[in-house]
Structure formats: structure tokens, C-alpha cells
Design a binder for this molecule. Structure first.
Ligand code: HEM
Ligand code: HEM
Length: 182
């Protein structure tokens, strides 16, 4: 997946170009903002705003996919989830491997893929419902799923952050204990 997370420790890696990082941050900000506005304005009274925000989500995703198509390797490539990597990481986390706590979690790629699919699904079905009223119900159901996945995304981001912070604190404590031993 992408490189929004620039704090991941580990061996020195080639840093992505700032322009690409900026692009990803702008994409993320536009997508998140437009998604939240879409979610809050689905009512008839605010339909104009809903249309604008919903089509902004669609446009942001189209630009993201185009960027991945133009630059299929490097930071702009699409996430490539791997079941083996995810299972291996969870197994290592469960047995208490400290490196699993600080390395980039393979779950992020799964989550990014799920987000792109379900948020894209909500925006696409919305665009169809704009012309075909019977699709409204499907659109509302997909939008509900999208919200659930976004909440899971936030939970995962904060949980991984907490895991890293706890691992760093533990390392500092261990260092202090070792250096105080005569
Ligand atoms: C305060 C709220 C949010 C925070 C703190 C947050 C944080 C993050 C972070 C840290 C990543 C990068 C994960 C990685 O290292 O791979 C990420 C990726 C992503 N987030 Fe969020 N996020 C938020 C809200 C949202 C919302 C509301 C949406 C969707 C509507 C969203 C959609 C995505 C997508 C699609 C990616 C993958 C981007 C890509 O591969 O290009 N995020 N988010
Ligand atoms: C990711 C983007 C989107 C999200 C999260 C979203 C979310 C929602 C939600 C939650 C509702 C139900 C509101 C309610 O029950 O009162 C709704 C209704 C609707 N949305 Fe979206 N939507 C999105 C994109 C779009 C787009 C691009 C269009 C195209 C114009 C659209 C058209 C509609 C229509 C026609 C309705 C039914 C309105 C009504 O019953 O009066 N949506 N949307």
C-alpha cells in the first residue's frame, strides 16, 4: 500500500518523492472530507451538497486509480494484500515477537483495498441512483457498509499506533534497566 505512514521504523528505505507523498495526503484528505460530507447530507433537503460531495469522492478515486495506472510501482501503486503475510504477522504478534509490533502491518493493505472498494461502491451506486431511483436502496446499504469499514479503518490505525508506542516505551524501559545495572 502507500506511504502515508512515514514513521515506520526498520531498515533505511528509499524515501518516496515528496510530490507523491503530497499527492497521497491530498487524496486522503479529499476522500475523507468528501466521504464525511456525503454521509451527513444524504437527506433530500441537502441533496445538492450530497451530489457535490459524492461526485468529489468518485473523482478522487478516479484520480487515485489513474495515478496507480501511470505509476504502477513505488508509493502510488495500489495496495497488494497478502493473506500469508497477514496471517504470519498476526501469529508473530500473538507469540509476542517484539518486531511484529513495530513493523508495518500487512493488515493495512487489506484495509486500504476494502476502503477503496466499498467507498468506491458507495459513490458508484450513488451516481447510478441519481438517474435510477430503484438503486437508492442498494446505494444506502453500500453506504452503511462503507461507514462500517471506515470505522474499522480508524480503529486499526489507532490500534497499530498504540502498539508501536507501547513497544517504544518498553524498549526505553529495558534500556534504562540495562544501563543502571553496574
Ligand atoms: C481521522 C481519520 C483518519 C485517519 C487518522 C486516517 C489514517 C490513515 C493512515 C495512517 C493511512 C495510511 C495507512 C498505511 O500506512 O498504509 C490511511 C490510508 C487510507 N485511508 Fe485513512 N484515515 C482517516 C480517515 C479516512 C476516511 C474517512 C477514509 C475514507 C472515506 C479513509 C480512507 C483511506 C484509504 C482509501 C487509504 C489507503 C490510501 C491509498 O492506498 O491510497 N481514511 N488512512
Ligand atoms: C461515498 C459517497 C456517498 C455516500 C457515503 C453516500 C451516502 C448516502 C446515504 C447514507 C444516503 C441515505 C440517506 C438517508 O437515509 O436519509 C444516501 C442517499 C442518496 N444518495 Fe448518496 N452517498 C454517496 C454518494 C452519492 C452520489 C455520488 C450520488 C449521486 C448523486 C448519491 C445519490 C444519492 C441519492 C439519489 C440518495 C437517495 C436520496 C433520498 O432518498 O432522498 N450519493 N447517500
Amino acid at each position: 500500500m502507500t506511504t502515508i505512514d512515514v514513521s515506520a521504523p526498520g531498515p533505511a528505505k528509499r524515501r518516496p518523492l515528496p510530490g507523491k507523498t503530497l499527492f497521497l495526503l491530498a487524496f486522503h484528505a479529499t476522500l475523507s472530507g468528501a466521504f464525511l460530507v456525503s454521509w451527513l447530507t444524504g437527506d433530500e433537503d441537502t441533496y445538492g451538497m450530497h451530489q457535490f460531495a459524492g461526485y468529489t469522492v468518485l473523482a478522487a478515486l478516479a484520480v487515485r486509480l489513474a495515478a496507480a495506472w501511470v505509476a504502477p510501482s513505488g508509493p502510488l501503486r495500489l495496495p497488494r494484500p497478502s493473506a500469508g503475510a497477514a496471517m504470519g504477522w498476526m501469529a508473530r504478534l500473538l507469540v509476542g515477537d517484539p518486531r511484529a509490533r513495530v513493523q508495518r502491518s500487512p493488515l493495512l493493505a487489506w484495509m486500504a483495498m476494502a476502503l477503496l472498494a466499498v467507498v468506491g461502491g458507495a459513490a458508484l451506486t450513488g451516481a447510478v441512483a441519481d438517474f435510477a431511483t430503484p438503486v437508492e436502496r442498494l446505494h444506502e446499504a453500500v453506504a452503511d457498509w462503507a461507514l462500517a469499514v471506515v470505522i474499522a479503518h480508524l480503529a486499526l490505525v489507532f490500534a497499530l499506533h498504540a502498539l508501536k508506542t507501547a513497544a517504544a516505551r518498553r524498549a526505553v524501559r529495558l534500556n534504562r534497566t540495562e544501563s543502571s545495572v553496574p
